[in-house]
Each structure stands twice: as structure tokens, then as C-alpha cells.
Design a protein around this ligand. Structure first.
Ligand SMILES: Cc1cc2nc3c(=O)[nH]c(=O)nc-3n(C[C@H](O)[C@H](O)[C@H](O)COP(=O)(O)OP(=O)(O)OC[C@H]3O[C@@H](n4cnc5c(N)ncnc54)[C@H](O)[C@@H]3O)c2cc1C
Length: 244
């Protein structure tokens, strides 16, 4: 893991694809590893004591869950994700969110999530999946899903053409599959909490891939010391092997 942070200006505006037509884009970022260390040292006028001691302090903060200095760093993302993902994401009350409105903007044909594979229901965990359907059965199911989306979108369009308001016409759309774009903001402490829960193997794939993308493409490059401390104390054993 590199010790050097990637400069903010080469991270802001970076857009990373997720799922079949989703993405995450970093809109803004405030603070870095040193801002966390300096916040913890506010009583001493926030002076750096050199990289070695600064990093040691940051690790101490993470190990002992001295969390408030991590709130001094903020990330703002623009994210396109299907509602099945937002349904879980929005449970994290510490994020600030603004959503695109289906009352204001009409949905377009193809604004729907098609999974890469059909995971099977886990036999011993009611809230999990395991393995996947393979071969022609899988392709046939995907074909049916696409036909379902097309039929639903045609009904939606028919209602709009009949003058029905967008806020009601959308009842024809397959809710969990619809892609929405949101602007979301969070501080590093609450992002760490989100990542711990949503990068874990028991999180649903459709949110896990977003959590991993945030971690790999934005969190780790922007906050290399914090990421190393996170992997040491919060998610030990984290490795590419666990990445979805
Ligand atoms: C694998 C998995 C399965 C899940 N299954 C279900 C399910 O079946 N049903 C379901 O309803 N949810 C489910 N959830 C959602 C889960 O219960 C949490 O609502 C969600 O993960 C957000 O966590 P949080 O409240 O800690 O996060 P945040 O809302 O971001 O809050 C972060 C922390 O701030 C504090 N906090 C925030 N708001 C308050 C408040 N108002 N009062 C007191 N403390 C507060 C808490 O300490 C909290 O841990 C599941 C989550 C996961 C990861």
C-alpha cells in the first residue's frame, strides 16, 4: 500500500463504472490524513511532528476508536445506482443525500438494472445468496427480464402520452431495477462505518460493489494512512480475494 496520497485534483471528476450501467464520480473532497492528525492535535495548534509520528498517531486513533478527528474529512460523490442499491444505502442516516426526481424528469428506456448473473437463494441463510444459475437457463431468465422491462416501459410511455403525471406514470416501472442518480456526502468516520458494513461478504452484491469501488478508487488513494489503519484494525485480512 502506498504511503503517498493521490492529489485531490487528480481524483475529483474521476468516474468509475459499477454494475451494468451505474457509476461513482468523486465531486469533491475536503481534508487528508494530515487533517485527521492535526484535528487530534488541535490542543497543540495542530503541528505536524513528522510523517512517522503523525502516522503513528493516526493508527492510535483508529485502534482506540477515537473517531471524531476522522469527521474532519469529507467526500462528496455523484452516484448512479439502481433502487435496490439505494434502498440499502439510504439506511445509513449519516450520509447527506439529494436524489434525482422521477416527478421532474421522465425515465428513459433501458434505465433498468440487468444482473450479470442470477445468484441462487442460500439454503442456510435467509438473507443471502450463493452460487449462480448457469447456461441456457440463465440466458432465458435474462431474456424474460429484458422483455418485462420493455413491456413495463411501454406502459409507462403510454401513460405519459395520455397526459398522466410523471409522478403516477412511474407506477408502471419495475421499482427495484430503476437507476437513479444521487449526490451524496459523508465524512470519513461515517464512511468507514459504511465500508465496514457494506464491503463485508454478507452485504448484498449490488451495494458491495459500490462500497468496494469507493474504497479502492477514492478512499484508499486519498487517505492512504487511514486505509492502512482501517485494514489493520477495522477489517483485518481484507484483500483482493474478498473483492466482489
Ligand atoms: C448485511 C446487512 C443486513 C441488513 N438487514 C436489515 C434488515 O433485514 N432490515 C433492516 O431494517 N435493516 C437491515 N440492515 C440495515 C442495518 O440495520 C442498518 O440500518 C444500516 O446498516 C445502517 O447502519 P447504521 O444505523 O449503523 O448507520 P448510520 O445510520 O450511518 O449510523 C451510524 C451510527 O450513528 C449512530 N446513529 C445514527 N442515527 C442514530 C439515531 N437516530 N439514534 C441513535 N444513534 C444513531 C449509530 O451509532 C449508528 O451505528 C442490514 C444491514 C446489513 C449490512
Amino acid at each position: 500500500m502506498t504511503d503517498q496520497p493521490t492529489p485531490h485534483n487528480s481524483l475529483i471528476g474521476r468516474r468509475v463504472p459499477v454494475l451494468d450501467q451505474g457509476w461513482i464520480e468523486l465531486q469533491d473532497i475536503m481534508g487528508d490524513d494530515l487533517a485527521i492528525v492535526n484535528a487530534a492535535r488541535v490542543s497543540f495548534l495542530g503541528e505536524s511532528k513528522g510523517p512517522e509520528r503523525d502516522k503513528k498517531l493516526l493508527f492510535y486513533l483508529m485502534e482506540h476508536r477515537h473517531t471524531s478527528p476522522f469527521e474532519q474529512v469529507e467526500f462528496k460523490f455523484r452516484v448512479r445506482a439502481p433502487l435496490v442499491t439505494w434502498w440499502q444505502w439510504v439506511r445509513h442516516r449519516t450520509w447527506h443525500v439529494n436524489a434525482s426526481s422521477g416527478r421532474y424528469t421522465a425515465f428513459e428506456e433501458g434505465d433498468f438494472y440487468v444482473p450479470e448473473e442470477w445468484r441462487l437463494q442460500s439454503r442456510d441463510n435467509k438473507q443471502a445468496s450463493e452460487g449462480a444459475l448457469t447456461g441456457p437457463d440463465s440466458d432465458a431468465l435474462t431474456g424474460k427480464l429484458r422483455a418485462h422491462y420493455e413491456a413495463a416501459f411501454n406502459l409507462y410511455q403510454e401513460a405519459l402520452d395520455a397526459g398522466i403525471a410523471r409522478e403516477l406514470a412511474r407506477l408502471f416501472l419495475p421499482g427495484f431495477a430503476v437507476y437513479y442518480t444521487w449526490v451524496i456526502k459523508v465524512d470519513a468516520h461515517n464512511l468507514i462505518h459504511f465500508l465496514r458494513m457494506r464491503m463485508a461478504p454478507d452485504a448484498q452484491h449490488e451495494i458491495r460493489v459500490y462500497a468496494w469501488a469507493i474504497y479502492e478508487h477514492f478512499f484508499k488513494p486519498a487517505l492512504p494512512w487511514t486505509a492502512e489503519a482501517f485494514e489493520t484494525y477495522i477489517m483485518p485480512g481484507l484483500g483482493p480475494i474478498q473483492a466482489p
